[in-house]
Ligand binder design. Structure first.
Ligand SMILES: NC(=O)c1ccc[n+]([C@@H]2O[C@H](COP(=O)([O-])OP(=O)(O)OC[C@H]3O[C@@H](n4cnc5c(N)ncnc54)[C@H](OP(=O)(O)O)[C@@H]3O)[C@@H](O)[C@H]2O)c1
Length: 253
């Protein structure tokens, strides 16, 4: 226990989609703060191993766990393996997201961004001790869906991530009964991510418009906010906004 009465036992943290981008940087940040991070990936084992090895080389604690969280059997196996190895899960960071993949069917965004998130929380819930945290990572375009305009090709993603956030918030009374807090972190376009780099090539104006509101947050800044939302000391129930202050202040359209 520290002076504030918080446990100092190493926490077990699962970060979905941590083989690159924001998830990978969140893994680095949480491991640097002393947590054991489980770097989940869907396909890219090598990339996930590089992240875990880098964390270990820096003196941190990490492991990898492959699972397609849109697939029920794969998710069952993921939680089973964590429970077998660690006996519990202290923090679940719901970072993995998608829907723009070339081979994605019309229902995939909702399957991944809502149904899979809820399913994962349901499976993990019996193994998260009181004091645990769930962090849902989202974008301003999704968080403010229905209140602010969204580019046409991002619409299904925004709608499904908003539906995921609503479904998780609806579980909050049950989570609170278990002593588990839910925090949401929402970000503007994040500089340096693959998605923004691709968008910049396809539709440079969409990115320029966001830059007119100020520098876009970096992966490091956004990941630091995600890590903070999952920390022992952050109060439960909040939403953290990173960048895009105009979303918070401009009149709703
Ligand atoms: N990029 C932005 O500008 C931005 C802005 C605000 C919020 N966000 C949010 O931040 C989060 C991460 O975004 P990002 O841009 O870093 O993502 P990204 O670069 O597209 O990375 C996606 C990660 O998710 C994994 N993944 C994809 N589908 C999965 C599945 N079905 N099961 C398990 N893992 C899966 C990928 O694993 P593999 O590589 O193995 O496929 C990869 O590790 C998302 O929730 C996103 O909405 C992003």
């Amino acid at each position: 226990m520290d002076e504030a009465g918080n446990s100092t036992e190493q926490r077990i943290v699962l970060i979905t989609g941590a083989s690159r981008g924001i998830g990978a940087q969140t893994a680095r940040a949480m491991a640097a703060a002393g947590d054991h991070v489980i770097v989940n990936y869907r396909e890219k084992l090598k990339r996930a191993e590089v992240i875990a090895d880098e964390i270990i080389a820096a003196g941190g604690s990490a492991s990898t766990a492959g699972a397609d969280i849109a697939d029920a059997d794969s998710t069952d196996a993921l939680i089973e393996s964590i429970v077998d190895r660690f006996g519990r899960l202290d923090v679940l960071v719901l970072n993995a997201s998608g829907g723009l993949e070339r081979d994605a069917g019309p229902d995939y965004a909702m399957t991944l961004n809502r149904d899979a998130q809820v399913r994962l929380v349901r499976l993990a819930l019996p193994h998260i001790p009181s004091g645990g945290r769930i962090v849902f990572v989202t974008s301003h375009q999704a968080h403010f869906h229905g209140r602010k305009p969204v580019p046409a090709d991002y619409e299904p993603i925004a709608a499904s991530k908003r539906a995921g956030e609503d479904a998780l918030r609806a579980m909050e009374p049950e989570l609170t009964d278990h002593g588990i807090g839910l925090n949401v972190v929402s970000g503007d376009m994040i500089d340096g991510t693959i998605i923004v780099r691709l968008l910049e090539r396809r539709d440079p104006d969409a990115v320029t418009v966001r830059r007119e509101h100020g520098a876009l947050p970096t992966i490091e800044e956004f990941a630091a906010a995600v890590a903070e939302a999952g920390s022992r000391t952050t109060a439960a129930g909040g939403t953290t906004y990173v960048g895009g202050q105009d979303y918070l202040h401009a009149p709703v359209q």
